[in-house]
Design a binder for this molecule. Sequence first.
Ligand SMILES: Nc1ncnc2c1ncn2[C@@H]1O[C@H](COP(=O)(O)OP(=O)(O)OP(=O)(O)O)[C@@H](O)[C@H]1O
Ligand SMILES: [Mg+2]
Length: 377
Amino acid sequence: MDASQPEGPQVKLLDLIEAMRRLGIAAQPNEPGAGSLTDARGAALAILTPDGTFLSANRSAAALFGYSCADLAGKQLVDMAPDDLHAALASELSMSAHSDFHSFSVLLGSRTGHPTRLVLHQQSVPTNQDGRSALLTLFEEPLIREPGLVDAAPLSEASARDCVTYLTMGQQKERQRLAAELHDGLGQALTLVKLMAEDARMRIRRGQVDDAAQLLDATVLRIRETIGEVRQICGELRPLMLDRLGLPAALSSLCRRVERGTENMSVVFNCDVDDDDVPEHLKADMFRVAQEALNNTVKHAAATEITLGFRRIAGGLLLTIQDNGVGYENRPLPTEDACATGLGLIGMQHRVESHGGTFLISSSGTGGTLVSAAWTL
Ligand SMILES: Nc1ncnc2c1ncn2[C@@H]1O[C@H](COP(=O)(O)OP(=O)(O)OP(=O)(O)O)[C@@H](O)[C@H]1O
Ligand SMILES: [Mg+2]
């Protein structure tokens, strides 16, 4: 095994992509009242061991439970369920571990203890440990349409109007989560910084200058962390640019920002699409796919060139992100490294395929990586 890889069950990227595709097909809603929310963070995805321990979770899943990705890793799903549901949940997990695909609904509590009914779709993925599978898990909050939001059409028709409804509901959920993050995360961090600064001031007045200096060093560190949190939250909100600029201009601005933020990497944007050509309910997904693929290139590819293409094709639109970097053929996913959640790629795939699009990745050590997403209009 590669010494840089952590011990424990590992999942191959290509197996995970295949599992996501199978899960996407199997978890298609076929009853009125079922469906997934279009949260700007995308689907809530995690990889669990067969007994329900979180190996890895994306930011959506972490936000759903009120944790950071790192804090969620290692937690037990069973501990989040009310005591009287432990046995039932354990038996559902065992069914998932012994079948290819399994879906069930369960009441799970967030960090604050607030219980939410969630539908879990689980698809087994092979790991490097003989005969052991991990469970790729998609958490869905069953939709409850707000009366009067739109008049009741069957959800199974999956009309554009339904998509807009999901989008609106997803945005509302996201606002609630951002408000909670601002309150619990940023609000508390700033309160702490204020207390530390007041403490340092008091020590200076008492002549305890060395103590005060130490405290101020710690305060600066805390302020740096808080700036990081603000950046993170702004990143979540970035699609707001879509409303102001429209999608092509927002993509162009994303490319310029990536280029400015890196050394020796040129980012070319080729676009022949007008904002009016793009259906409203697909814009945030398209922006997020481009953003994640560009982030991946910056983080992992060691590339010198990226080309983002956004083009009209017969009957649809095609988004491509091509880099000339190192590629990721057959690379395992570092599931136990809580800082690398490793679910960005399949999150993109889910965004595209859940709206009927086609998602393809090809990657090689010599040709770099090409991510492409096509939507039929
Ligand atoms: N353009 C790329 N070039 C080379 N390797 C890549 C590229 N994109 C992804 N990878 C590899 O695929 C892995 C999975 O990517 P993915 O986006 O799912 O996770 P991540 O970027 O590690 O974490 P996050 O959940 O924060 O996105 C990465 O860890 C990296 O090894
Ligand atoms: Mg990523």
